[in-house]
Design a protein around this ligand. Structure first.
Ligand code: FAD
Length: 422
């Protein structure tokens, strides 16, 4: 991709034609993740769209002038005008293609996409999921010189990257910000030389054949697959939840608490996550009401004591949400008092839901043996019932789901695989 500087912008971008501009930075994992996608799309679209990149830190005035605030930021121009939404963060290939339609038109983009050649990558091990379990397996395999690729639908880090502070990961005297801990894990594995294919669409997985298709175009063939896809937040499954998800209802305090400075918030749940995250939200919000279905909290004693001492937090125990609504810019949750059956209404500025997690297994069909809660059963080496397929971390059947248990699983699977194919 052609590198330009601020003084070239007029000539290279605004003077005319179709241009995709990538504002990038160094030491920027999402920039590294998007670079190969832009490279492959330039090969496909390069005759009709000019692809240029600008080093954001070195061209700050231009970035400020264009209100480009983070890296990477992709901008799409047609004859000097910006013609589509900007893309930032963990940008997927499919998202770039979607925005290119605003530049070239839907039909032309579809025509060009049809000309792309499928590619095949052969590796020893493919790891699906770059949370603590997958990253640790990647590190051990890489250090054993086993050709490994880490595939994730998001940027690396998993659930830890959205956890505010982690105080129980050994080796650190003080609590660590979750995003830093996961960043360090990821950089350690990457520095070893593991190949990353992250923020991709996992189009198809065939566990029997050990094939993974990403972005509808690249087939990864592996001798072994490690499933490390972790968990996602449970939904309550009541009216209004889907409608207001991301628009009044959040499942991630680290991501969204900052939007609730001096505002009132309802937190649903009573386990460790709910209570610890409510404590974090209280740094921003003025008032938090925790709604929990049981008559006592399920969180550990330390977390409970902290919450009970927090003057901003109050509790509605033995209450269950029944519906979410929006009235003006306020969120309304209807709750039932499980003891009296009385319905009550709680009005707030936002709602956070922390009611546990479910395993991410949708891609894998029904050939895997699962436990009665739907988690993957493994033997002590993390082998599943499908030959050559391992499962590690929170997606596996186990009693305790923590960073330490996920990295232990990743270690075990990697060593077991090294003994088999190393
Ligand atoms: C709010 C919260 C707070 C927590 N706090 C702590 C704590 O303080 N201490 C502690 O020890 N533990 C804590 N945990 C638990 C800890 O985060 C998990 O145990 C740990 O992250 C599990 O790691 P993992 O690698 O198994 O999965 P995850 O961290 O869930 O990572 C899974 C990865 O797989 C990716 N993925 C999903 N589907 C696919 C797919 N189809 N293809 C490819 N990739 C896919 C995801 O994008 C993700 O990056 C917390 C969890 C939550 C939710």
């Amino acid at each position: 991709m052609k590198e330009i500087i601020a003084s070239d912008f007029e000539k290279e971008v605004l003077a005319g034609g179709n241009v995709l501009v990538d504002f990038y930075s160094t030491e920027c994992p999402p920039c590294e993740a998007v670079a190969p996608k832009l490279h492959s799309l330039e090969k496909l679209f390069g005759k009709e769209i000019k692809f240029v990149k600008i080093f954001r830190q070195g061209n700050r005035d231009l970035a400020d002038q264009l209100a480009v605030k983070s890296s990477p930021t992709l901008l799409f121009y047609q004859d000097g005008e910006e013609v589509s939404a900007r893309l930032t963060g963990g940008v997927k290939r499919s998202e770039i293609v979607r925005e290119l339609k605003h530049v070239l038109g839907k039909e032309r983009v579809s025509e060009i996409m049809k000309t792309q050649e499928p590619t095949i990558t052969n590796v020893d091990v493919a790891i699906l999921g770059a949370g603590p379990g997958g990253l640790t397996a990647g590190l051990y395999l890489c250090q054993a010189r086993i050709n490994t690729v880490l595939v994730d639908i998001a940027l690396p880090g998993g659930n830890v990257s959205t956890t505010h502070m982690v105080s129980n990961y050994p080796g650190f005297i003080d609590p660590q910000p979750g995003y830093m801990l996961s960043h360090n894990m990821s950089e350690q594995t990457k520095r070893c030389g593991t190949t990353y294919k992250v923020a991709v669409d996992v189009t198809h997985v065939d566990l029997q054949k050990k094939e993974i298709i990403i972005d509808g175009q690249e087939t990864i063939r592996a001798k072994r697959i490690i499933i490390a896809t972790g968990t996602s937040p449970n939904r309550i499954g009541i009216p209004g939840e889907l409608e207001f998800k991301g628009n009044g209802i959040s499942y991630c305090a680290t991501c969204d608490a900052k939007y609730f400075v001096d505002k009132e918030v309802v937190v649903i749940g009573g386990g460790n996550s709910a209570i610890e995250e409510a404590d974090f939200i209280s740094k921003f919000a003025s008032k938090i009401t925790i709604v929990h279905q049981f008559d006592q909290l399920q969180a550990n004693k330390t977390a409970q004591e902290k919450a009970f001492e927090n003057p901003k937090i109050s509790f509605m125990l033995s209450h269950e949400p029944r519906a979410f609504k929006k009235v003006g810019d306020k969120m309304v949750v209807e709750v039932e008092d499980l003891k009296t059956k009385e319905m009550k209404t709680l009005t707030s500025d936002g709602i956070f839901v922390f009611i546990g997690q479910k395993p991410n297994l949708e891609m894998f069909g029904d050939a895997l043996n699962l436990d009665k809660w739907g988690y993957i059963q493994t033997d002590e080496d993390m082998r599943t019932n499908i030959e050559g397929v391992f499962a590690v971390g929170d997606v596996g059947s186990k009693k305790y789901r923590q960073i330490t248990t996920a990295i232990a699983d990743g270690t075990i699977a990697a060593i077991a695989i090294t003994r088999e194919i190393g």
